[in-house]
Write a protein that binds this ligand. Structure first.
Ligand code: SF4
Length: 350
């Protein structure tokens, strides 16, 4: 898969675009008055693997969050601004590493000009974040519905405004709650602009639906080489967004660190609790930086064949299992001891 080359934009110390690593983003979700809670959530997300963190700045009081969070975290912090351009300007001077504005509600060119002046002074980028739910009235009047043309028109008009103000530190997102519209809009923009694309689906929902919507849209675009940074948007804890994003990049082969687990779905031939065993293994290796493909197979029918394709594998029988290493049988171990044995073999694996 050939990645589309975009302009490199620095968000704090994180490079977005050109062929930089696909960065993972999330957003703080506690009420903005809760400074202590938000700082803690920010630190947790940084630890979890969030590369770029966003915080909503709904009023002047919330600017305190930027000072408090910036003191504690090393990853870049993005101020999310709607309606009031002055909050964007003040966020820049409070230390935000990027501002996200929504062209649908930030005001006219004069307001954007003030934000640009501040960003030029502090040398930070702006994300033009267009959402299907908050398009400018003029665009909605032109297209009647927030379709793909409306979304892309809004992005391109906003980018043109920034460029006319001689500003080119731009990152773009064009999110719809409709998966197909999201894919089409990003595909179109990838042909038209050279700025890095922040991928995501807006209001994706919760649980399985949310995960699927984001995975289909983001995954489909990434496999076509489109996208530079991602946010999985879920009605859930932000930690879940990071976990899903990390797994998504891992299954696409775009994140190299970590153990890849291949486990069979189980069937009537399975004689052990493979679901529980897989959870235990996954949990044990969740922070591992080793690049190992680990197969966990429920029986001896397909098990050895599948396990032989992995670096390490287990094929279970009744109350016991065979551990494989690089396709060769290493040992037969009883079910009660196999977890510890497997961990030992994985820890020693070079
Ligand atoms: S590997 Fe064995 S237990 Fe697992 S699904 Fe296939 S046949 Fe069933």
């Amino acid at each position: 898969m050939k990645r589309r080359k975009t302009k490199k934009i620095m968000v704090g110390k994180v490079a977005v675009g050109e062929f930089s690593k696909i960065s993972i983003q999330s957003m703080l979700k506690l009420p903005s008055e809760d400074i202590i809670g938000n700082v803690k959530q920010a630190l947790d997300l940084e630890k979890e693997g969030c590369d770029i963190l966003r915080v909503a700045i709904p009023n002047k009081n919330a600017l305190k969050l930027i000072y408090a969070i910036k003191k504690e975290i090393k990853i870049p912090l993005v101020a999310d601004i709607h309606f009031d351009y002055r909050l964007a300007v003040e966020s820049v001077f409070a230390g935000a590493d990027k501002v996200r504005i929504n062209p649908g509600n930030i005001g006219g060119v004069a307001c954007v000009k003030e934000i640009v002046k501040a960003c030029v002074f502090k040398n930070i980028p702006i994300r033009v974040g267009v959402n299907s739910g908050s398009l400018p009235k003029s665009i909605l009047k032109k297209y009647s519905t927030p379709n793909v043309n409306a979304l892309c028109d809004s992005v391109i008009s906003s980018v043109n405004i920034l460029e006319k103000l001689n500003f080119d530190k731009i990152i773009v997102s064009v999110k719809s709650s409709n998966v197909m519209n999201t894919i089409e809009a990003y595909e179109f923009l990838s042909q038209k602009i050279e700025y890095p694309l922040h991928l995501g689906v807006t209001e994706a929902g919760s649980e399985t639906q949310g995960v699927l919507k984001s995975s289909c849209a983001i995954g489909s675009l990434l496999t076509r080489g489109i996208g530079d940074t991602i946010r999985v948007t879920l009605t859930d804890e932000p930690k879940k967004e990071i976990d899903v994003a990390k797994e998504l990049l891992a299954v696409l082969g775009m994140k190299k660190n970590g153990i890849e687990i291949i486990s069979c779905p189980t069937c009537g031939r399975t004689k052990v609790d493979l679901m529980d065993f897989t959870k235990k293994v996954k949990n044990h290796f969740k922070d591992s930086k080793k690049n190992i493909k680990l197969a966990l197979m429920g029986c001896a029918v397909n098990g050895p064949g599948e396990a032989s394709e992995a670096d390490l594998g287990v094929a279970f029988g009744e109350n016991e299992g065979i551990i494989f290493k690089n396709g060769k049988i290493l040992k037969k171990v009883s079910y009660n001891y196999i977890f510890e044995e497997l961990v030992k073999v994985a820890d020693d694996f070079v």
